[in-house]
Design a binder for this molecule. Structure first.
Ligand code: 13P
Ligand code: SF4
Length: 351
């Protein structure tokens, strides 16, 4: 019989304090923006580099990625694009796990990030040693981790997933009779459990941005706009997910805005996504799901403080100096590649 190992607790207050200590980037003038954009465009060409940005990054970075043959997408597609693109240098604007995933898939390429300090509360909530101990205590379980984890945690996993394919993968494994450890997002984990009819051991991590959405205030907003469709990222708490018309990854939510006949949307995810949603459907009305109210903190602006650390300034500096390069111990990288590649193969099979 396995030794009983309790699911460890996560120090959510410490993680929240760390997020609150991140300074908001200062605004730049139109002239500064123009100069920086021109410089970055030249540097991308000179360095044979391509910019891959997440939907939550600043609109300036998303525009630049689009204008320079780069890519803006969700975490799964960012990994796919970087892997297929011929550029020798990938510049990943997002949070650190996204740069690490790019490096895991492309060890021969140089992977740079505008900053290496852009954390993710899910990654922070799941230290590799503790997680590994927990998995060791349950050797008969299949370990599935969300992409929002360190390379070390991925190296301990059997599968990596992103929110866009999580329910399908868990259903696939459950149908095969596998017992599953899920880490680290407890909200995504319980949503996926319910969707797939699974019963998993779930690590208690959470996203500091999505857990700020407020259920009662969302009811009030929905009553005010009964014609609005509610779009929710599954990192949100169950009381928010329960009010959703569509639950999905960032790409799936943008697609819903484009495809749906609705004209109004209440969006429960990071507001960086509004840039692409407006592009997808310029005439539609987008509203942020309420995230203030009782218990709100300065992180309640529906914008990830770590995503906001990516700026035109630090992108230009990174390209000029070749700084902020991602390095991963080759042994960890080789192990982490197995579940990451499984994820890509599984996703390709779905298509
Ligand atoms: P996506 O996989 O939907 O892009 O989500 C990544 C993320 O960090 C959401 O908070
Ligand atoms: Fe992590 Fe949440 Fe930021 Fe996404 S929004 S990168 S899950 S902290």
């Amino acid at each position: 019989m396995n030794a009983v190992v309790e699911i460890p607790t996560v120090d959510h207050d410490a993680i929240r304090r760390q997020a609150e200590s991140v300074a908001c980037p200062s605004a730049i003038s139109a002239a500064e923006r123009e100069t920086l954009v021109a410089r970055i465009k030249q540097l991308l060409i000179a360095q044979n580099a391509v910019l891959v940005a997440h939907y939550y990054t600043d609109a300036d970075l998303q525009l630049l990625a689009d204008e320079t043959g780069g890519y803006v997408s969700d975490s799964l597609d960012m990994a796919r694009f970087g892997h297929q693109h011929p550029a020798q240098t990938l510049v990943v604007a997002g949070v650190r796990f996204m740069g690490e995933t790019a490096k895991i898939l492309n060890p021969e390429k140089r992977v740079l990030m505008p900053t290496l300090e852009a954390e993710c509360s899910l990654d922070l909530s799941c230290p590799a040693a503790e997680f590994s101990r927990f998995c060791d205590a349950h050797p008969d379980y299949t370990v599935v981790v969300y992409a929002n984890t360190s390379a070390e945690v991925k190296a301990r996993a059997d599968w990596v997933v992103t929110s866009s394919i999580a329910s399908k993968l868990i259903k696939h494994l459950t149908d095969k009779g596998e017992k599953i450890i899920w880490g680290p997002d407890k909200y995504l984990g319980s949503y996926v459990e319910q969707q797939a009819g699974a019963d998993m051991l779930i690590w208690p991590g959470s996203c500091i941005v999505h857990e700020q959405f407020k259920a009662k205030e969302l009811v009030v907003l929905r009553n005010k706009h009964p014609d609005a469709m509610v779009l929710v990222h599954p990192e949100s708490p169950p009381e928010i997910i329960a009010q959703a018309d569509v639950v999905g990854s960032t790409s799936q939510l943008i697609k819903a805005v484009h495809d749906s006949a609705a004209q109004k949307f209440i969006v429960a995810t990071d507001n960086g996504i509004f840039y692409k949603m407006k592009q997808a459907a310029p005439d539609k009305i987008l509203m942020e799901a309420p995230n203030a109210g009782i218990g709100a903190t300065c992180q309640s602006c529906a914008h990830c403080p770590w995503m906001a650390m990516n700026t035109l300034q630090n992108l230009a500096t990174t390209l000029e100096q070749g700084s902020n390069e991602i390095h991963i111990d080759p042994k960890i990288r080789d192990k982490a590649l197995i579940p990451v590649q499984r994820m890509l193969d599984f996703a390709a099979g779905l298509n």
